[in-house]
Design a protein. Structure first.
Length: 352
């Protein structure tokens, strides 16, 4: 039986930089330059080396890159425990991870304590030099993280504005006021005039107050009264059930809720009263969670462009890492109203 050649009998090991250099007919330093400093090479040389890298499936060592560039290619993101699944943060984290992956980075998750934002976890990671920067979410009034990171020259970007004090650093946020404004416009076009708002407690959330402001702004623009039309609740179905009752008793024909969770509380109260969302009382949620389309009737809701948020967060953070001294960039992205059965019945005789 013929003997197999030595090249086929030896098990292939990992592709090395030297192997790529040999196949491409260049020095190992040229391959390194193609990966880390492509501007140093002639276009034809860069193309030849990159083609060989792709053909051979070469992957640079992350450890070697870290030692050479002092970059870990890791972005830190703190996760807080929540009493229930958060579809918004789940979708954002997926979008963030995808955008980071496309840029050659990975998201390093670490646990943060529940409650108000703290520095716990951030200090430990920086002490170990394991991340190149951070993405912050859950930004609230009195958040200490931005000032602490900025003072130490640590790159970061926020998903969410700073809601009090001096604006620090880069951030990307969704214009919640624009979303609830659009909801009121839609309801007014349907003939509603007694439009209530069910939100979180005043001052407890910057995002919540922003969403309330959009409702109030649109109501004023149409000359509609907001007196006795605003309810407050924690983000809980049972609490929302109780909070919406005075609004309905006062004659509201439509309710704009600050979250889909609050809208679910509205649904339950309406059913307890023998009323049907959409037919008797219009309901609009916020976040367009997966539940919204599955409800009966399906819930109209304001959708946040979370894929765009994740992509822009990564873009701004990498720009900050590359150019620490540039002016901060802040982006406010537009949400969109997804209209479903809970708001599609036109009222024939609107009254104030």
């Amino acid at each position: 039986m013929p003997r197999s050649s030595s090249s086929s009998s030896v098990k292939a090991g990992p592709v090395t930089l030297a192997m790529v250099a040999s196949r491409a007919g260049v020095s190992p330093q040229t391959v390194s330059n193609a990966i880390n400093s492509p501007d140093m090479l002639r276009p034809e040389t860069l193309e030849r080396v990159r083609r060989m890298i792709d053909e051979m499936g070469y992957r640079p060592s992350r450890a070697a890159q870290t030692l050479r560039t002092r970059s870990s290619k890791l972005i830190g993101y703190g996760i807080q425990p929540v009493p229930f699944s958060s579809p918004v943060l789940d979708r954002f984290l997926h979008a963030l991870s995808h955008a980071a992956d496309e840029a050659g980075y990975r998201i390093l998750l670490f646990a943060c304590p529940s409650g108000e934002p703290t520095l716990e976890g951030y200090e430990e990671l920086l002490g170990q030099h394991e991340v190149d920067g951070f993405v912050l979410s859950g930004t609230e009034r009195g958040d200490p993280r931005q000032a602490w990171l900025a003072k130490r020259g640590v790159p970061f970007v926020g998903f969410g504005r700073m809601w009090s004090g001096r604006q620090i650093g880069d951030w990307v946020d969704v214009d919640g006021a624009s979303g609830t404004d659009a909801a009121v416009e839609h309801l007014v076009a349907q003939g509603h005039r007694k439009i209530a708002f069910l939100g979180w407690e005043r001052g407890s959330s910057g995002a919540g107050d922003d969403r309330a402001e959009g409702w109030q702004r649109a109501m004023r623009r149409h000359g509609l009264s907001t007196r006795g039309r605003r309810g407050q609740s924690v983000n809980d179905i049972d609490a929302a059930r109780a909070a919406v009752e005075p609004l309905l008793d006062a004659g509201a024909t439509a309710v704009v809720a600050a979250s889909d969770m609050l809208a679910l509380g509205c649904y339950q109260t309406l059913r307890e009263r023998g009323a049907t969302p959409g037919r008797d009382i219009a309901v609009v949620g916020f976040d367009d969670s997966p539940t919204a389309a599955l409800l009966s009737p399906a819930l109209s809701s304001i959708a946040q462009p979370l894929e765009d948020v994740g992509r822009e967060c990564v873009r701004l953070l990498l720009a900050r890492i590359a150019s620490p001294g540039t002016p901060p960039e802040r982006l406010l992205l537009e949400p969109s109203l997804v209209v479903r059965d809970s708001t599609t019945t036109t009222r024939s005789a609107p009254t104030e």
